[in-house]
Write a protein that binds this ligand. Structure first.
Ligand code: PLP
Length: 459
C-alpha cells in the first residue's frame, strides 16, 4: 500500500470546465457532481500507467478480441446472466455453449450432461469441487459412515483456487509434491494419499507454473489400481483452465477428457484460450449423477423453472454471447489455427532461449503454448532470473520469475505465456531484448543487489 500519496488528486486544468472542482479527494466519494468528460479523463489518464496488455506475458487471460466482438460486447453489456426470464435467448445461448463444450470434450451422451457458465475457472472449480464433496457425503451417509474429514488430492503445483476451495469449504488438501522426476501429478505414489475420505483427485491440464499437462489417463489408471486394492472409487475433476481449450485442437489424440471414465467434471476459462475478454468460465459434468440434485436451484424462466447452480447471482451475460461469437466465428478450424500459431511462437521462443548459454528449459511449450526455464547451474552468481525480470520490465515486457512449488521451491523459473496477439515479429523483438539484457547482466563486474522475492504473480 502506498502511503506517500497526497489526499487530493489534482485534476488537470485542461479537463475541467468553469465551476468544476480542480481537485478531488482520493479516498472519499466527492460531494458534488462533475462532467462525464472530466471523470472520464481522470480515469483514462490514471490507467495509462497500467502497462501494455499485449506485452504482458505473465497472464493467461485474453487481451484481444476483434471489432465485431467489441461491438457485440458494447451492445450487450447491460445483460444480467441470471435474468433468464427476461433474456431467454441469452439463456439459450449459454446452454448451447456448454453443450458444445461437452461434445468437444467427448461426453458419451452430450444431451445427458449438465453444465453452466461461471465468472471464470475459479468459480467453475469451486462448483466442481463442491459436487465432489456432496457426492462423497451422500455415499458416506448412505453407508452409515462419518462425513467429518473429507480430503482432496492434487499436486503441489495446483493453481491457488484449489487452496481456496479447501480452505473455504473445509476440505483437507493433500498435496503430492512435484520433484525433478515427477514434474506433475502423474499417478506415482498416489496410494499414499488416497483413502476412504478422498472426495476426488484434481488433475490440471496446463499447470500454471509451467504449462505442462498432467496425464489424466495415467492418474486414472493409478486410481483403478487403488480401487482394486482398497475398494475406494475416486472421481477426477479436470482443471482445464487453459488446456481444455487447447488440447482438443492441438493434441486431439491425447485422452484426458470424458473419454476417461473416472473424469466426473471438467472446467475451463473461456477468457484464457477460449479467447474471450475477462469474465467467463465453464464447467460441465459427465452426467446428472455426477452433480447431486441438492446443489441445483431453480429460477423462473418463461413461466417455467430453469436449473441454476452458481456462487454468484448477478453476473454479466455479454461474455457468454462473446463465447458463442468465438465458437461461431472461428469454428474448429479457426481455433486450431489460432492455437497452433501461439504454439509455433512458443516453440520458437523456447528454442531461442534454449540456445542461450545462461538457461536450461524446464519445458518447451509443446503442451499449452506456455513454457518456463531456469538459469543454468553454475552460469553465474552475479544475477538471477528476478534481475532479468526487472531488466525486461524496463523495456515493457512482463516476464515473471518465481519459485516452483513444493518440493522444488528452491528452484526459480521464468515463464512466458504465449497468447493470441504475440506475433512472430514481437517474439523476435523479445528474444533480442532477452539476449541484450543477459549480455548486460553477464558483463557486470560483481553481483547485483539481492532481490526481494515477490509473491508469485502467476497465481
Ligand atoms: C487461471 C487458472 C485458474 C483460475 O482461473 P480464473 O479463470 O482466473 O478464475 C484455475 N486453474 C488453473 C490451472 C488456471 O490456470
Amino acid at each position: 500500500m502506498r502511503t506517500r500519496r497526497r489526499q487530493d488528486l489534482a485534476v488537470n486544468p485542461l479537463f475541467t470546465r468553469p465551476g468544476e472542482a480542480t481537485s478531488v479527494d482520493r479516498f472519499a466519494i466527492p460531494a458534488g457532481e462533475m462532467l462525464p468528460e472530466t471523470a472520464y479523463q481522470i480515469i483514462h489518464d490514471e490507467v495509462m500507467l497500467d502497462g501494455n496488455a499485449r506485452l504482458n506475458l505473465a497472464t493467461f487471460v485474453g487481451t484481444y478480441m476483434d471489432t465485431q466482438a467489441a461491438q457485440l460486447y458494447a451492445e450487450t453489456l447491460d445483460k444480467n446472466m441470471i435474468d433468464k426470464d427476461e433474456y431467454p435467448r441469452t439463456a439459450e445461448i449459454e446452454d448451447r455453449c456448454w453443450k458444445m463444450l461437452a461434445r468437444l470434450w467427448h461426453a458419451e451422451d452430450p444431451t445427458g450432461t449438465i453444465g453452466t457458465s461461471t465468472i471464470g475457472s475459479s468459480e467453475a472449480c469451486m462448483l466442481g469441487g463442491l459436487a465432489l464433496k456432496r457426492r462423497w457425503q451422500h455415499a458416506r451417509r448412505a453407508a452409515g459412515k462419518p462425513t467429518d474429514s473429507p480430503n482432496l488430492v492434487m499436486s503441489s503445483g495446483v493453481q491457488v483456487v484449489w487452496e481456496k476451495f479447501c480452505n473455504y469449504w473445509e476440505v483437507e488438501p493433500r498435496y503430492v509434491p512435484i520433484t525433478e522426476e515427477h514434474q506433475v501429478l502423474d499417478g506415482h505414489d498416489l496410494a499414499g494419499y488416497v483413502d476412504e475420505n478422498t472426495i476426488g483427485v484434481v488433475a490440471v491440464l496446463g499447470v500454471t507454473y509451467t504449462g505442462m499437462y498432467e496425464p489424466v489417463a495415467a492418474v486414472s489408471a493409478a486410481l483403478d489400481e487403488i480401487q482394486k486394492a482398497s475398494g475406494h472409487d475416486v472421481p477426477i475433476h479436470v482443471d482445464g483452465a487453459s488446456g481444455a481449450m487447447v488440447a482438443p485442437f492441438l493434441q486431439p489424440e491425447l485422452v484426458w477428457d470424458f473419454r476417461v471414465d473416472r473424469v466426473a467434471s471438467i472446467s475451463t476459462s473461456g477468457h484464457k484460450y477460449g479467447l474471450v475478454f475477462p469474465g467467463i468460465g465453464w464447467v460441465v459434468w459427465r452426467d446428472r449423477d455426477a452433480l447431486p440434485d441438492d446443489l441445483v436451484f431453480s429460477v423462473s424462466y418463461l413461466g417455467g423453472d430453469m436449473p441454476t447452480l452458481a456462487l454468484n447471482f448477478s453476473r454479466p451475460g455479454a461474455q457468454v454471447l462473446l463465447q458463442y461469437y468465438t465458437f461461431l466465428r472461428l469454428g474448429m478450424d479457426g481455433y486450431r489455427r489460432v492455437q497452433q500459431a501461439c504454439q509455433d511462437v512458443a516453440r520458437h521462443l523456447a528454442d531461442g532461449i534454449a540456445s542461450m548459454q545462461a538457461f536450461d528449459l524446464w519445458n518447451d511449450g509443446s503442451d499449452i503454448p506456455v513454457f518456463a526455464w531456469r538459469q543454468r547451474a553454475g552460469h553465474t552468481e552475479n544475477w538471477d532470473l528476478y534481475h532479468l525480470q526487472d531488466r525486461l520490465r524496463t523495456k515493457g515486457w512482463l516476464v515473471p520469475a518465481y519459485p516452483m512449488p513444493d518440493d522444488l521451491s528452491d528452484v526459480t523459473v521464468q515463464r512466458i505465456v504465449v497468447r493470441n496477439g504475440l506475433s512472430h515479429d514481437l517474439a523476435e523483438e523479445l528474444l533480442d531484448d532477452i539476449r541484450d539484457e543477459v549480455a548486460f547482466l553477464d558483463g557486470l563486474d560483481g553481483p547485483m543487489p539481492r532481490q526481494r522475492r515477490r509473491s508469485a504473480f502467476h497465481h
